[in-house]
Write a protein that binds this ligand. Sequence first.
Ligand code: NAP
Length: 253
Amino acid sequence: MTESHSRVAIVTGAGRGIGAAVARRLSADGFAVGLLDLDEAAVKSGAEDLAAAGGRAIGVGLDVSNTEQVEAAVAKVAEELGPPTVLVNNAGITRDNLIFKMTDDDWDAVLNVHLRGSFLMTRAVQRHMTAQKWGRIVNLSSTSALGNRGQVNYAAAKAGMQGFTKTLAIELGKFGVTANAIAPGFIATDMTAATADRLGLSFEDFKAAAAREIPVQRVGTPDDIAHTVSFLVSEGAGFVSGQVIYVAGGPKD
Ligand code: NAP
């Protein structure tokens, strides 16, 4: 290792889907990884798999929208793996409905996990980054930030992630910390499988229909996102900050 800073990453929502793929990729890239998720068993088992493959990893259960749990989880990672210098705010949920049917709870739950969760995680981790004068923050936005029927809560949260990211880039740049957002299009995970289910479609039909509308003619995979994270947290990406990268198989605006 030639860098003067620690190579310790935290990935939220690492129990499955995109977060699990990001954790695997960062481990393969040589980072020690703290896998955080509501599902403690899933991240403990994920961390064991990474350790078995030669990496250093721990799994910690938490709700990212709970201040005490966030502080405790970040402290545990710092103590067991070293001070975290990479944070991937990936934990997410959907509670889709048209606005006239959307409940207060649907709204609050989505805003709390994505926005409050990313705020709490970032506030807790940035102190380790600024102390080491190096850090990389990657926030998961979505093409839904541009508007998507049935997702006023999720679209608002994912658009919020973009403003959050740009402001972090402005505030933390002088400490050697970059912040960027990835806005995925359709990625095949449990989240999109649940959407297919809600619409009464088989997942295979849903994916095939989505692929026809995507310029590269396929849906995305969690590894497509992990690859982009790997670039953004690399040493060489230090001049890329405050950006939103659409990873959607084609342009979005
Ligand atoms: P997923 O398969 O549903 O995984 C989400 C993970 O986040 C789950 O492991 C879940 O834990 C965890 N989580 C949820 N609430 C949490 C909380 N309060 N505290 C800690 N962990 C929590 O979703 P995904 O498709 O991988 O999505 C990952 C991220 O990418 C999300 O931010 C999502 O909005 C974004 N995204 C996804 C797509 C897509 O097409 N899939 C597109 C654009 C953006 P449990 O297993 O315990 O529920």
